[in-house]
Design a protein. Structure first.
Length: 202
C-alpha cells in the first residue's frame, strides 16, 4: 500500500514538473502597445493626430503574432491582418464606390486602409529601418521602442495624408489606430508585429 502511494506521489511530481515546463515555454505572443504612450509621443513630435483604440485591429495583430510564434514564419502576417481588417482591394474599391455615392448624398462614406510592419526586436533596439516612415520622427528619436515605432508609422502616414485636409477644405476626417504585439518563435527569435489603420470619412 505504501508503494502505491509513493508511486502516485512520484507520478504527481513528474506531471507537475512537465506542466510547469510547458507553462514556462518562451515561445508565444505577448507584449502590447500602450496607446497613451503613442499619443504622448505624437504630441512630443508636434502632431495633432491622436490614435484611438481599435479592438478589431488589436485582435488581428495578436492573432498574426500568435501565428508567427507557432510557425516561425512572418510571411503570412500582412495577409492575415488585411483579411481580418477587410483591407483587401475589393473592399477598398467597394468603399471607394460608396464614398462616391456618399458625395452625392446617397450614403455616408468611409474608407479604411492599412499597412503592416514586422521587425525583429534586435532591429527595433538598433533603430534599423525606422527612418523609412518619414514625418517628424527626429523629435522622438531614437525610434527604438514599440511605441516609438508605432508613432513613427503614424507620423509617416500623417505626413502623406495632410494634403487631403487642404484639398477637401477639412471635409475629410482621418482616424488613426495602431496595434503591436510581440511574437517569440520556438527558436527564440523575437519579432514585433505592427499594424496601422487609417479611416477616412467625409
Amino acid at each position: 500500500m505504501k508503494i502505491k502511494r509513493w508511486i502516485a506521489l512520484v507520478l504527481t511530481a513528474v506531471m507537475a514538473v512537465s506542466v510547469l515546463t510547458a507553462c514556462g515555454s518562451s515561445s508565444g505572443a505577448s507584449g502590447y502597445l500602450s496607446n497613451n504612450e503613442v499619443n504622448a509621443l505624437l504630441d512630443t513630435a508636434g502632431s495633432d493626430v491622436q490614435v484611438v483604440n481599435n479592438s478589431t485591429l488589436n485582435n488581428a495583430v495578436r492573432n498574426a503574432a500568435a501565428e508567427v510564434a507557432s510557425s516561425g514564419s512572418t510571411s503570412s502576417v500582412d495577409k492575415s491582418v488585411r483579411n481580418a481588417m477587410s483591407w483587401k482591394i475589393s473592399d477598398i474599391l467597394s468603399n471607394a464606390w460608396n464614398q462616391f455615392l456618399g458625395s452625392l448624398g446617397i450614403i455616408v462614406p468611409s474608407i479604411k486602409v492599412g499597412m503592416t510592419a514586422v521587425v525583429t526586436e534586435e532591429e527595433l533596439k538598433n533603430n534599423t529601418g525606422a527612418g523609412l516612415w518619414g514625418g517628424n520622427t527626429t523629435a522622438i528619436a531614437p525610434v527604438n521602442t514599440p511605441e516609438k515605432f508605432a508613432a513613427a508609422m503614424v507620423l509617416g502616414a500623417g505626413s502623406k495624408l495632410d494634403w487631403l485636409s487642404d484639398v477637401s477644405e477639412n471635409r475629410i476626417s482621418t482616424t488613426y489606430s495602431v496595434a503591436g504585439s510581440k511574437a517569440t518563435t520556438k527558436d527564440g527569435t523575437v519579432y514585433w508585429i505592427f499594424a496601422i489603420q487609417i479611416q477616412l470619412a467625409v
